[in-house]
Design a protein around this ligand. Structure first.
Ligand code: HEC
Length: 108
């Protein structure tokens, strides 16, 4: 009686795990898009890194993941001095920075 719902929920869990790994590329992209929206980068840099002149956000597209990650880390450490970007990056983890950089580097 009690056993069957337990088995059922385990099966669902497995199913969810499998379908996640099957579509890893598209769900990674979706995850990265959620990250840029959540972190607010898109309001100044655009959802595709195209930039936003009204917000004075420069274009990020067309740069490699390494370049972008290096620049974001430089704002976080204060090596690059910009109050807006310092505020936007101070709480980011290295992993988040890599994800954000990977996201914006996919656009031309
Ligand atoms: C309120 C507007 C605003 C937001 C939000 C914002 N930025 Fe910026 N960003 C700027 C401005 C302005 C600059 C140019 C700063 C400078 O002169 O160094 C910049 C510069 C950058 C650069 C360097 C571009 C280059 O080629 O030199 C990167 C990379 C960057 N931002 C990434 C991000 C990421 C990632 C986020 C989200 C975590 C973000 N920004 C959020 C305004 C913003």
């Amino acid at each position: 009686m009690i056993k069957s719902p337990t088995v059922c929920s385990f099966a669902l869990l497995c199913l969810a795990t499998f379908s996640h790994s099957d579509t890893s590329t598209s769900s990674d992209k979706k995850h990265q898009l959620q990250l840029i929206q959540m972190k607010g980068c898109a309001s100044c840099h655009g959802t595709k890194g195209q930039g936003n002149t009204m917000m004075k956000g420069p274009k990020l597209a067309g740069q490699t993941q390494q370049e972008l990650a290096r620049k974001i880390k430089a704002y976080r450490s204060g090596e690059r001095n910009n109050p807006t970007m310092a505020m936007m990056t101070y709480s980011l983890s290295d992993e988040e920075i890599e994800n954000l950089a990977a996201y914006f580097s996919q656009f031309k």
